[in-house]
Design a protein around this ligand. Structure first.
Ligand code: MLT
Length: 408
C-alpha cells in the first residue's frame, strides 16, 4: 500500500492565501452585487513596462523563425540576463557578485521553498514571526518539525518581530543553522539598516550558519541609507543566499521570472565534518529539477536593465509607493499604529482586535480584502496587512469605505 508523506498531516488545511481566496469567493457568491477591492495578496495590477513588452514580443518573434528559434536554454539562465543582473543589481552597489553566482528561476516563492532540500533534515531552522508562510510550510513538509502547538511548530526557532523591537527580530539565543530573513519585510513592511544586518552576518559567520535573505521587495527601498542586498554588508558572501524577483519590481507575478544568488564562498558541512560548496549543491539541484525560464520571458526581464526599463520600473514602483503612503496615512488618521508603507508595499496595522475578526469586518462592511496578521504567525495576532498593489482609484475608494465602515 502506497503511504503518504505524513509530514503533510502537520500542515494547516490550506495555504493562507488560498484560504483567504476561498472566503472571498464565498462572500462574493453570497453578495454578487458587491464590488470587492483586493488589498490582500501582494499581486500587481499594473501592466508590464513597455520596454519589457517590446523585448518579450521580439523574443516571441525569434521563436517563430527557424534561424533564431531556441530549444532548452541553460538551466541557470541565459548569460545575457545573468550578466545584467550581476552588473546592475549588485556590482553597481559595491556588492561583489558574479554572473555565475546567479540562478534564474520562475519565482522567489519556489526558490525560498526549495532551497531547504539541500540541507540536512536535522538542520535547526530559525524563522521570523510573523513570517511568509512558505518558509515554515516547506520545512514542515520536509520533516524538520513536530506537530504545531498553540500556533507554533515544535522544532523551529521562532524569532519574534514585535512593536517592541520595531519588527526587527533579535538574534536567537538558541543554536540555528539556517536563518530566514526578509527585508523589506513581508508582512510587516519593516526595513533593516546595514548596522542591524551586519549583526546577523557576524552571527552567521561565528556559528557557521547560513542566512536565507529574501529581498523580493528591495526595489521599494527609497532610503539611500538602507541596504538593498545582504551583500552590501561585509562578510555576507560567505554566509548568505539571496532571493530576488521581477514579480514586484517589474510586474512579473503572472509572467514568472526571479533569481537566487549563491556565492561560491558559501559552505555546508557533512556528518564527517567535510566542507562542501552550497553553490555546487544548488547547481546540482537546479540542473536536475529545473529546465530554465522561457527565452522570451528572460528577454523581457533583461529589458528591465535598459535605460527605458529602469525609468519605467521606477515609475511603476513609485505608483505603488504612492498607494502605500495613502493607506498608511488613512489608517493612521483613523487612529491605528502602522508600520511599513515606506520602503515597502505593505502596511502592517495594529487593529487592536482579533485579526480574523478585523478581516471579516473589512470584507463584510467595506468590501475590502486585507490579510489577517494571525495568518503569518502568533506575533501577527491583532494585526492586519494591507497591500498597496492595486490601482490608485481603488485604493482611494477602499480607504473611504474603511473609514465609513469604522464610523458605524
Ligand atoms: C504575499 O501577498 O505575501 C505575496 O504575494 C506572496 C508571494 O509573493 O508569493
Amino acid at each position: 500500500m502506497i503511504q503518504m508523506n505524513e509530514n503533510y498531516l502537520k500542515l494547516q488545511a490550506s495555504y493562507l492565501f488560498s484560504d483567504i481566496a476561498r472566503r472571498v469567493a464565498d462572500f462574493q457568491q453570497a453578495n454578487p452585487d458587491k464590488e470587492i477591492i483586493r488589498l490582500g495578496i501582494g499581486d500587481v495590477t499594473r501592466p508590464l513596462p513597455p520596454a519589457c513588452i517590446e523585448a518579450f514580443r521580439k523574443g516571441v518573434d525569434e521563436m517563430a523563425d527557424a534561424a533564431t528559434f531556441r530549444g532548452y536554454g541553460p538551466e541557470q539562465g541565459y548569460a545575457f540576463l545573468r550578466e545584467k543582473i550581476a552588473q546592475h543589481d549588485f556590482q553597481s552597489r559595491g556588492a561583489d557578485i558574479s554572473p555565475e553566482e546567479i540562478f534564474v528561476s520562475d519565482g522567489a516563492k519556489c526558490d525560498t521553498g526549495n532551497i531547504q532540500e539541500i540541507f540536512s533534515v536535522h538542520a535547526k531552522i530559525a524563522v521570523p514571526d510573523p513570517v511568509y508562510p512558505v518558509y515554515v510550510d516547506t520545512n514542515v513538509m520536509a520533516g524538520r518539525t513536530e506537530f504545531a502547538e498553540n500556533g507554533r511548530y515544535r522544532g523551529l526557532v521562532y524569532m519574534d518581530s514585535t512593536k517592541e523591537n520595531a519588527f526587527i527580530p533579535e538574534i536567537p539565543k538558541e543554536a540555528a543553522d539556517l536563518i530566514y530573513l526578509c527585508f523589506p519585510n513581508n508582512p510587516t513592511g519593516a526595513a533593516i539598516s546595514k548596522e542591524e544586518l551586519k549583526k546577523w552576518v557576524d552571527f552567521a559567520r561565528d556559528s557557521k550558519a547560513l542566512i536565507l535573505f529574501d529581498a523580493a521587495y528591495e526595489s521599494f527601498v527609497r532610503d539611500e541609507n538602507l541596504p538593498r542586498s545582504v551583500y552590501e554588508v561585509q562578510g555576507a558572501r560567505e554566509v548568505a543566499i539571496e532571493f530576488r524577483s521581477f514579480s514586484k519590481t517589474a510586474g512579473f507575478t503572472g509572467t514568472r521570472c526571479a533569481f537566487t544568488v549563491v556565492p561560491k564562498e558559501c559552505m555546508v558541512w557533512d556528518s564527517k565534518g567535510q566542507k562542501h560548496s552550497v553553490h555546487q549543491l544548488w547547481n546540482r539541484r537546479h540542473g536536475t529539477k529545473f529546465n530554465g525560464v522561457s527565452y522570451p520571458v528572460q528577454k523581457a526581464a533583461e529589458a528591465v536593465y535598459t535605460p527605458a526599463g529602469q525609468e519605467q520600473t521606477k515609475t511603476l514602483i513609485d505608483y505603488y509607493l504612492k498607494n502605500a503612503a495613502l493607506i498608511r496615512q488613512a489608517m493612521t488618521d483613523l487612529g491605528f499604529d502602522c508600520t511599513g508603507g515606506e520602503n515597502s508595499p505593505y502596511i502592517w496595522v495594529d487593529g487592536r482586535r482579533d485579526s480574523w475578526e478585523f478581516f471579516d469586518l473589512l470584507l463584510n462592511k467595506a468590501g475590502v480584502v486585507c490579510t489577517p496578521g494571525a495568518g503569518f504567525g502568533k506575533c501577527g495576532e491583532g494585526y492586519i496587512r494591507i497591500s498597496a498593489f492595486n490601482d490608485f482609484e481603488n485604493v482611494e475608494k477602499a480607504m473611504g469605505r474603511i473609514k465609513e465602515a469604522l464610523a458605524d
